[in-house]
Design a protein. Structure first.
Length: 134
């Protein structure tokens, strides 16, 4: 854009630099971070973090987050990767309502067969993805 006094411009140079009439454009990637955590990996963009990890758990296990969250307004995704499920049963995995803290939550695993609901006592691997603010 320009007016009668000033002319604005930008140019991409062969060395990859993007320059304008007021200086060079710099893309700041310091707000992006990633790395290993206990049982998995994390990715952080700004203050939003995604933690992806695996734990061994059964019904009632307290899951400790590898990186503590700033609050309890985080999203939890639970995926079981192994079994203890019998034929003609439905597996239900979730976290205990009201159990979320900044550092973890209580994992629940039940199986339903007909009108019967039972807690799963067998320890199984559980893949967990948690997205929230740090």
């Amino acid at each position: 854009a320009s007016d009668s006094t000033n002319l604005s411009w930008f140019r991409l140079y062969q060395d990859g630099m993007l320059r304008t009439n007021i200086g060079d454009v710099v893309f700041n990637h310091r707000d992006i971070d990633y790395g290993p955590i206990n049982g998995g990996y994390y990715t952080r963009v700004g203050n939003v973090i995604t933690q992806s990890f695996t734990v061994s758990a059964n019904d009632g296990t307290t899951v400790n987050l590898p990186i503590t969250m700033a609050n309890t307004n985080y999203i939890i995704s639970l995926i079981t990767t192994g079994g203890g499920i019998n034929v003609n049963t439905t597996e239900v995995v979730r976290y205990l309502s009201g159990s979320k803290t900044q550092s973890g939550f209580v994992f629940l695993k039940n199986f339903v067969s007909g009108n019967s609901v039972s807690g799963e006592t067998k320890v199984i691997p559980v893949d967990i993805i948690v997205i929230g603010v740090v």
